[in-house]
Write a protein that binds this ligand. Structure first.
Ligand SMILES: *Cc1c(COP(=O)(O)O)cnc(C)c1O
Ligand SMILES: [Zn+2]
Length: 478
């Protein structure tokens, strides 16, 4: 079915979480001009969506799941809840969203004594969930370009790797008048992640230091120069990432009772988006119960965990100095979306949801990642961090035995394969504090040397190699 593009248009505004000021969306704003606070985007006509009941929306979104209209096929299936100011012609679709939810392998679930599934957001076009946000941010940017007739737009972002991969991919697809530059902490993104913006033709600039250093630089650039900032300070990205929550709810037939969602927390944009999405579903009666929501952080980058593990009356937010983490995409000491989290947690909890943050060690993250992938999953280290978080939550008695956990595997395993190599070859630098389980080391085994092969005829070679393989595998003859 080629569905008609919806006629509903909302009225969106930037709302400052610092001072409450509101600004129109005809400009790309990142932070409040008056107080410097971060924004969330709000549809001021959202309440009119309540003219329809939850069942109406559930049916509509279920019907759209089979549409061939590409503007509604990906994350914009949930158009009315996300960015209902965009026109069909502005909407970009590169195949993002609609990522599979794969049940934990039976053996692994049994071994861990918990029921869980991974949502494989690494199966997005640039192999991470960042594509959800970029699809929305670039769609909005296209709307701005169309309206203003701009003939040159430079997008820029700081990145732990995946934001730049996504920004460069979507920028390359849109083409003129968009050009993309990315700022990376030198040596702190994986070779696979680095190859992505290079391959998409973006200008790649490296800065010594960690992500937090790059973030300060792009913020200053966004303040002083004409650039379009694509970090998650850009609230349009948050909107796009809400689609993750909508898809989880839809997959479970709009029933999230007894579910616990685990999300790795770095800059805290993703957890903000997931929470915001769930709140909207609940407000419209599309889901009747909010799931339990857990952020997960490594003890090497844990400012959000520190905040929420302190008794409410004594909480004080303080950035931390990060230490090397295998959950490198979440290795952030001063998350820019922390004020968003704090605001939304209050709303979430007053609507009956529960929110918590668990902290895990680097060892636990790596062990969980390896365990998942040895059971047929494709978890990145942040996905492994979620599994480690689930195990921790279970130990702490935060998860009931009849609950089902949905773990966000935010990127594809292949992006972080260097950490797997370090695990298998026991070559982690000291700072990671990881001792591999030697029994799990898996390395290629040579069947025959090239020199030996050179001595053999083609026939002898095949026979000798087959024999060596059979010996190695202890094959029985027939
Ligand atoms: C960006 C990223 C994160 C962290 O998400 P935030 O929105 O920064 O909290 C986690 N995992 C992967 C793979 C990422 O790319
Ligand atoms: Zn403000």
């Amino acid at each position: 079915m080629t569905e008609q593009f919806p006629s509903y248009r909302g009225q969106m505004e930037y709302v400052c979480l610092g001072c409450g000021a509101r600004y129109p969306i005809d400009e790309l704003l990142y932070t409040c001009p008056s107080c410097g606070g971060v924004f969330l985007l709000e549809d001021t006509t959202f309440e009119t969506l309540k003219d329809h009941d939850g069942g109406y929306w559930r049916t509509l979104f279920d019907e759209r799941a089979s549409t061939r209209n590409t503007a509604l096929r990906g994350i914009f299936r949930f158009y009315e809840l996300m960015a209902p100011v965009l026109e069909q012609e502005d909407i970009l679709y590169l195949g993002e969203g609609n990522t599979p939810i794969v049940d934990g392998a039976p053996e692994l679930q049994k071994f861990l004594g918990v029921s869980f599934a991974f949502k494989n957001d690494g199966q997005n076009p640039s192999a991470s969930f960042k594509d959800r946000g970029m699809a929305c941010a670039y769609s909005y940017l296209r709307a701005l370009v169309r309206k203003h007739g701009w003939d040159e737009v430079l997008t820029i972002c700081a990145s732990t790797g995946d934001t730049s991969a996504a920004a460069a991919l979507y920028g390359a697809y849109v083409g003129h008048p968009i050009k993309t530059a990315v700022l990376l902490p030198e040596g702190k993104v994986t070779p696979q992640q680095l190859s992505q913006p290079l391959g998409s033709g973006a200008t790649v600039l490296e800065i010594p230091g960690v992500f937090d250093d790059c973030m300060k630089v792009v913020e200053l650039l966004a303040e002083r120069y004409r650039v379009a900032l694509l970090n998650s300070k850009n609230s349009w990205r948050i909107l796009g990432q809400e689609s993750y929550a909508y898809e989880v709810a839809q997959w479970f037939n709009w029933d999230l009772s007894g579910k616990a969602l685990f999300v790795p927390v770095g800059n805290a944009g993703n957890i903000t988006a997931v929470m915001s999405g769930l709140i909207k579903l609940h407000r419209l009666g599309i889901i009747s119960e909010l799931p339990r929501l857990f952020g997960v952080q490594s003890e090497h980058a844990d400012p959000v965990w520190r905040y929420y593990s302190t008794p409410a009356s004594m909480r004080k937010y303080e950035p931390v100095q990060v230490r090397p983490s295998v959950a490198q995409a979440a290795m952030i000491g001063n998350p820019v979306s922390f004020p968003r989290v704090r605001t939304l947690v209050d709303v979430y909890e007053s609507a009956g949801g529960t929110f918590g943050v668990v902290q895990v060690t680097e060892q636990e993250i790596m062990d969980a990642t390896i365990a998942a992938n040895r059971h047929g999953h494709i978890a990145c280290t942040q996905g492994g961090e979620c599994l480690a978080g689930l195990i921790r939550a279970r130990e702490l008695g935060l998860i009931a035995s009849d609950e089902k956990a949905v773990l966000d595997s935010t990127a594809h395993a292949l992006k972080f394969i260097g950490f797997q190599n370090m695990y298998f070859t026991n070559t982690f630098p000291q700072e990671y504090e990881i001792t591999p389980d030697a029994a799990l080391a898996n390395t290629p085994v040579s069947v025959m040397s090239a020199a030996e092969k050179a001595q053999l005829s083609a026939e002898e070679f095949t026979g000798r190699a087959a024999k060596a393989v059979a010996d190695r595998l202890k094959l029985a003859g027939k």
